[in-house]
Design a protein around this ligand. Sequence first.
Ligand code: UD1
Length: 420
Amino acid sequence: MDKIRIKGGNTLRGRIPIGGAKNAALPLLATSILTDEPVRFERVPDLADVSSMRRLLQVIGVEARMVAGKPGTMELRCSEVLDTTAPYDLVRKMRASVLVLGPLIARAGEARVSLPGGCAIGTRPIDLHLSGLERLGATIELTDGYVHAKAPKGLKGASIRLTMPSVGATENLLMAATLAQGETSIVNAAREPEIVDLARCLVAMGAKIEGAGSETITIQGVPALHAATHAIVPDRIEAGTYAMAAAATGGDVLLEGMRLELFGAAAESMSSAGLVLEEVEGGTRAARANGLRGSDVMTQPFPGFATDLQAQFMALMCIADGASMITETIFENRFMHVPELTRMGANITVQGNSALVRGVGRLKAAPVMATDLRASVSLVIAALAAEGSSELHRIYHLDRGYERLEGKLAAVGAEIERLA
Ligand code: UD1
């Protein structure tokens, strides 16, 4: 199995192109189910999760192709829904497969989607997706590990209040409501930039949506959607990861295409830890001015500090001056990087959903193991700053969410290679 070897200690300097956001791309590709006309996406990241979504969409009847001569541009067309089932084998590999549920019921009046089950970072139920769809008039049955949702006469607009601003539930309901009869409101909706991006694309396809990015999204259903072209929002998690990698090595990088506002509160947290972040011509500059300072963070729904940046921030705090309290409020099992960071010399004590990190100045290389997508990249950051050569195993996790990771890091001065 592939592994990555990193020799730590090099300062990262230069430009890093930031791709389209994985978490925006996945629901965006699923919008292709909502119309029989072609939808075209620019800045589609070349990632294992995107390939998984593409495979699932193909099963459903979506023809997907990369547009010749336009790197990163994908065109999808669902002339007809051929199959309304998202099978276990595909959903098991990627939870975001559940995002076909809303579009499928809206377009075909029916969907059978395997229940995603637990995953490494927690149980992650989909009850909010299902109760929201019931409010829109779907009947839901759970049999043989599958959700079977039906709305043969179409969905009807309704007022839906989410008990938690779930990103996936907001996306599923937003997509479903575009073709429902009448008005739908999603109250306590997620406000992530990826939701705003999804709404922007749906509006370009002819949907009537107001309030995306705020607590309440209002959708007036329309009878049909049409063709559109949409450029995917930059990946704030990829950008934040490279910002912290640069800071960990005392570097200075330009995150090409990144807009500062997409970080939300993570920008303030990184600044109080000692990063300089500024929007400049062509993107956002991330550098370390002086030393790194211990700084507390608590993960929260956007605009709060993103749970998907928690592991990376912890890696940075391992080598900061002073202590940092990191509290995870979104997922219950998202400290799997702690034992691995500890193997590299970090001083971390976990109590419930908080981790107390005492800065140690310098980490030491060690063989480490990736456990999930964001945990694995925190080990890359730690290894870049550590003394000696580290080997990172189980890197298929990284390939799910980081496009050309070694290439991008090597281009700014890292000593990093993939070994077969
Ligand atoms: C999305 C992101 C993921 C990110 C997460 C939180 C994608 C593909 N993934 O995941 O990278 O870490 O947002 O920012 O965009 N919950 C319920 N019932 C539900 C749905 C969610 O209890 O029906 C809970 C979850 O267990 C979790 C919390 O709500 O504790 C947030 O989950 P959610 O926002 O839905 O995350 P995802 O959409 O799965």
